[in-house]
Every structure is written in C-alpha cells, then in structure tokens.
Design a binder for this molecule. Structure first.
Ligand code: ATP
Length: 367
C-alpha cells in the first residue's frame, strides 16, 4: 500500500538549490499537509512526487516501488491544481471522462465512475454544463471529480482552495476532509493557509527555505513548536516573543523581561535542556492563552500590568495590543471585555504556568 518515501531529495533550478537533502515519509491513508510561506518549495516537492519535475538527486518510492524516473501517468496518483485546469469546450461529463482517457476502460465502467464521482461531489445535475456555466466552487468540485474517477490510492492537491471566497473555502475544506474520511486514500496537500492545515491534516510538515522545519500532528505543531519559525507561522495573531534573562534559585526557574521588569515563572516548563542563570532566552506566549482581569484557574505564572496601545475587534472576540516597552504584546480578549478597554488605560494580563514555549536566543530552537 502507498507509503510514500522521499530519500535525500535534492532539486536545483540552475545554480539555486530549492530542496536540499529532504527526507519525508507519508503513511498509508494519511492526510499530509505541506505548509509554508510562498517560495518555500512545497509546490516543487509536490511536482517532484507527481513526476511533473525531475529530481536532481535522491529517490521517491510509493508502496516500496521506486517511481523516481517513472512517467506521471505510471505513478498511480491523481492531482488537483489550484487553477482547476478544466477544458472549457467540454461538458462536466466530458471533463470527468477525460481524466480516464489514459486508462483503457469499457464504456460502462467509465460511466459508472463518472456517476459515482458526480454523486459524491453533488454535481450530478451539472453533468451537461460547460465550465463557464459553473460557479468557482462547482468548478473546483469538477476538478476534484476528475482526480477521483481515476480510482488511485494517492491524491495530490496544490492549493486547491486559493481561488475561492472565504465561505466557499470553509465549505470545500469540510468536503475534502469528509472525502478523505470516507475514501481513506493517502492525500498530500499543499497550502500556505494554516487554518486549512490545522483543520484537515493528520500530520503537517512545516517548510521554510526548502527545509522541513517540523513534522507532527496539528496539536504537536501548535503545542510544541520545534523552533521559532514554526511557533510564529502557526497561530493568529502570531505568538508573542519576549527576550528574557534566566534566573535560577533552587528549583525555581524565572525568566525576567528586563524592559518591563515582569518575571515569568518557568518552574513547571519541561525544558529539554535546562538553561543556566544569566542566559538570554526567547519566551513565546500565545495571545489566546492570556486572561485579563482575574486569573484563569490556578495562580498565574506571569502578570503584565501594561498600557493598552490599541485594540481590534473581530466579531466574536478581539485582540488587545499592550505596550511592553519596545514590544507589543498581543492578548486575545473576549467580546464582552473588549468594549470596556480604553486606549492608554492599564490592562492586567495574566499568563498560565503550563503554556510557555521557550527557545534558544541564538539557534531559535525549542529548549
Ligand atoms: P508558492 O506558495 O508561492 O507556490 P512554493 O512554496 O510552492 O510557493 P515553489 O513554487 O516550490 O514554492 O518554489 C520554490 C522556489 O523555487 C522559489 O524560490 C521559486 O522561485 C523557485 N523556482 C520554482 N520553479 C522554478 C523554475 N522553474 N526556475 C527557477 N526557480 C524556480
């Protein structure tokens, strides 16, 4: 079955190395999301897997079979592109059938598969229309249908929802997730949208600069980011980062943010390497983990009394931006609290003991 393995993969364009010695394994039935900013190499990796680009070095295997030099059509996968790439002169039925032209199938089987995919994607009534007569969401369904009819074990998606509006994106996200749940096929999905990644993936590979920064479940990526890049890329508003000096007294570990004088009690933090006194570290605090007013349950590990610079409402909740000397501290506040905030007034923001992330100030890796 299709476990996909990339081994020591290199891809260069001229003298520019876009992927360098990349190793990655995708399990059978996984929904693996390649997540990263524009230009990080995720589409290149997907195209190498699809066979649309040649590797410079390294190997790709699918289900133990070396596919590195195989034609795209012989790799047993189907791809859905951002641009849909539908044939404007063909009907929806014609577009779906076209996906099967490389496979030698009898008419009845072709018809059976087209109807199966159309039913699954709720586009049966649209089979005789042409792409120009469809909405964006319907076109995207046809593009997915064209991949589905191929009846392969591996599906590749390259930013398939980028051209849709926010509401349709949410709907299609759920549909793709449901399809994966029902069909149990392996999916490799490229996006720069962290919400897509967090909601759909069984595992996420976060990429930057052609390098996989971390691979893990959405919870692992969110709760235990391996480095500052991952920490700041996932989460909105992004994680606050304060440079602070470590002070050890017995079993107590405190990080002091010198510009505000605030002490953050890191005694319960599970250090991989416990830092020595005097060392500067970067402490990460997610906006949504603060509470304002009274503490959230147990004794807070840090209390910030800071002036409000400004606030933003986003409907159901909002963000208060507090002035922490030269830094701005983003703090999520709920809808009922945000109306009472006044620019310039002092806000007490408290942070719980179990939500810190700590990074080395030099390497920016989690410690
Ligand atoms: P996006 O989200 O913008 O599509 P991406 O993460 O998918 O970005 P890639 O398209 O894989 O990024 O590109 C990675 C890097 O490789 C970029 O710096 C890009 O400029 C470069 N690149 C891609 N294709 C070529 C090419 N044919 N020739 C030269 N450089 C290329």
């Amino acid at each position: 079955m299709p476990t996909i393995e990339f081994k020591n993969l290199v891809r260069q364009f001229g003298r520019v190395t876009v992927l360098e010695d990349l190793n990655l394994s995708v399990g059978d039935g996984e929904f693996l999301v390649l997540l990263g900013p524009s230009g990080c190499g995720k589409t290149t990796l997907l195209n190498l897997l699809a066979g649309l680009l040649e590797v410079t070095a390294g190997t790709i295997t699918i289900g133990g079979r070396d596919v590195t030099d195989l034609d795209p059509k012989d790799r047993g996968l189907a791809m859905v592109f951002q641009s849909y790439a539908l044939y404007p002169t063909k009907t929806v039925r014609g577009n779906l059938k076209f996906g099967l032209s490389a496979q030698r199938l009898d008419r009845a089987e072709i018809e059976r598969r087209v109807l199966w995919a159309a039913r699954l994607l709720r586009i049966e009534e649209l089979l005789d229309r042409r792409p120009a007569q469809l909405s964006g969401g319907q076109r995207q369904r046809v593009a997915i249908g064209r991949a589905l009819v191929k009846n392969v074990d591996v599906f590749l998606f390259d930013e398939p929802l980028s051209n849709l509006d926010a509401k349709l994106r949410t709907e299609m996200r759920l549909e793709i997730k449901k399809l994966h749940h029902d069909l149990k096929k392996t999916v490799v999905y490229v996006t720069h949208d962290q919400v897509e990644a967090m909601t759909m993936a069984t595992r996420i590979a976060v990429m930057d600069g052609g390098v996989i920064q971390q691979i893990g479940t959405p919870d692992e990526i969110y709760d235990r980011p391996a480095n500052l890049f991952v920490a700041r890329f996932v989460g909105s508003p992004p994680m606050n980062v304060l440079a602070a000096r470590i002070e050890l007294t017995g079993n107590r570990v405190v990080a002091q943010h010198e510009p505000t004088g605030v002490e953050m009690d890191l005694s319960d933090y599970a250090f991989a390497q416990r830092p020595e006194s005097g060392r500067t570290v970067l402490v990460g605090l997610r906006p949504e983990h603060f509470s304002i007013g009274k503490p959230n349950g147990s004794q807070p590990a840090a209390v910030f009394d800071l002036p409000l610079r400004y606030s933003e409402k986003t409907g159901s909740d909002g963000t208060a931006f507090l002035a922490a000397a030269d830094d701005l501290l983003a703090v999520r506040v709920d809808h009922s609290q945000i109306g009472g905030l006044r620019d310039g007034a002092a806000v007490r923001a408290m942070f719980p003991r179990d939500r810190f992330n700590v990074f080395d100030a030099g390497t920016r890796q989690r410690i």
